[in-house]
Design a protein around this ligand. Sequence first.
Ligand code: 8YV
Length: 328
Amino acid sequence: MTKKKPLVIVTRKLPEAIETRMMELFDARLNIDDVPMSKAELIEAVKQADVLVPTVTDRIDSAVLAHAGPNLRLIANFGTGVDHVDLQTARSRGITVTNTPDVLTEDTADMTMALILAVSRRVAEGERMIRSGEWTGWAPTSMLGHRIWGKRLGIVGMGRIGRALARRAKGFGLSVHYHNRRRVHPDTEAELDATWWESLDQMLAHVDVVSVNCPHTPATYHLLSARRLKLMQPHAILVNTARGEIVDEPALTRMLADREIAGAGLDVFEHEPAVNPKLLELQNAVLLPHMGSATIEGRVDMGEKVLINIKTFVDGHTPPDRVIEGLL
Ligand code: 8YV
């Protein structure tokens, strides 16, 4: 007798190769139209599924999980950040949560570097100038930005992405500074030529570029508060490719408008997909639609991780990317 395949509900459209494999391995319910699920649809999904595959656009909070059916044993998130899943409630209901670390590290670090360059060298502004027909030709003092070579980069969160950024930054001649809950291994510090700051406040006051690379957890919500943003030097810039909630967005917007901070590169926002309308008016902000990990290769790799996590779990083993709350 063949064993019944588990019902896997996938909330968004995934790369085709992943969806095909998902159908072969499991009783997969896909979202071909890619319309984000409403709360009611998510509730219906957790009632029925053996496995749920959400993404960052699904809020799997305690109200949704309260409806989880007895079959729901695994939430196999498509993505590394799991701040949209109520991990505590999942744990209390005996639901395992997995994510997709490692495979988006290099892409996200590339995008962070791209934003550092775009803000410092006014790349987006220059592009807008050409397209608007306002460019009248080269001039010695036109479109001057700032050199990044020789400047100080302060990385907030020295995990995988922070370290991948540090490697790139070294190549661009930036000196690497970091703040992390735990100091990294001395060998890693030596390899990255990185200076550890126990005090985030002190680091913020001493660097030229701040990059946010830590996960969003209750402890990092508004870590870059209005008070901390004020510690930054007026010529400094801030880049965020992690989560919008880590930065006090209204305070940042005000400070950018008043030039208390020189510029910002944001790939993430506090209330995605909504973007503070005042940010849209600012020339010194480069804004991207949460595309740090958006490469074809990355998305396929993420999907493969999801497949492996589900398969390992339904075969009765501990999935490789089980999320352990305290380690976030
Ligand atoms: C993903 C991300 O695209 O993995 C993450 O944590 O922020 C993004 O790069 C998204 O979360 C997929 O769910």
